[in-house]
Design a protein around this ligand. Structure first.
Ligand code: C5P
Length: 226
């Protein structure tokens, strides 16, 4: 007999490198389906920012894992649905997106004990009716039993260009060549780390968004889900 647990939340994982459009598309899908959203990258960024703020040595895995375990964070929805992130009661929604935090997040994400400290916190997001889980290892490590697994990618140049435009609109000006270098460096680190490296789950649907518009990718993702 085929027994189905009807109350189990549906989990859709979206993994891929930074700048692939995962964040925007995860938000669009969550809104469209009425699902919860886990931005797991934000958790690694929050650990990095919290560590930077309190002077923790980023080279010390134990010290950073301690910060991850005690992370005091609230994800709240306000302003007509736009998510706000509070770290120890202070709004850090924009602060965690700074380049320095991106680099630090990628560094501390390679520590196994930091990843372990964040595991239960991530799994707790899977509540009914469903979850869109955005990250690097959602389909491989955090939610291996997810019903749908998507992997979104794009060339490093296309991703650097998107990030450049995003930073410009925020008034943060960076050198394009430096951005491509940073992205490659982060890709390298995310893909080659020993624990939970960035790679598609064997059953993932892979979508290359290099030459696609957001709407085209959204349609493709919906088709993969339904
Ligand atoms: O996705 P985002 O760029 O916000 O992630 C920030 C950093 O956190 C990434 O560079 C990556 O190293 C790390 N990360 C991770 N595993 C995840 C999500 C993010 O290692 N599931």
């Amino acid at each position: 007999m085929h027994v189905m647990n009807v109350s189990a939340p549906i989990v859709i994982t979206i993994d891929g490198p930074s700048g692939s459009g995962k964040g925007t598309l995860s938000q669009m899908l969550a809104r469209h389906l009425g699902y919860h959203l886990l931005d797991s990258g934000a958790l690694y960024r929050l650990v990095a920012l919290a560590a930077m703020k309190n002077g923790t040595d980023l080279d010390s895995e134990d010290a950073v894992a301690h910060v991850a375990t005690g992370l005091d964070v609230i994800f709240s929805l306000e302003n007509a649905g736009s998510a706000q992130i509070l770290l120890e009661g202070i709004k850090v929604t924009d602060a965690i997106r700074q380049e320095a935090v991106s680099m630090a997040a990628s560094k501390i994400a390679a520590y196994p004990s930091v990843r372990a400290a964040l595991l239960d916190r991530q799994r707790a997001f899977a509540v009914a009716p469903g979850l869109i889980a955005d990250g690097r290892d959602m389909g491989t490590t955090v939610f291996p039993a997810a019903q749908v697994k998507l992997f979104l990618t794009a060339s490093a140049e296309a991703r650097a260009e998107r990030r450049y435009k995003q930073l410009c609109t925020k008034g943060e000006f960076v050198d394009m060549a430096e951005l491509v270098r940073d992205i490659r460096e982060r890709d390298e680190r995310d893909s080659n780390r020993a624990i939970s490296p960035l790679r598609p789950a064997s059953e993932a649907v892979i979508i290359d968004s290099t030459a696609m518009t957001i709407d085209e990718v959204f349609a493709k993702m919906l088709a993969a889900i339904t």
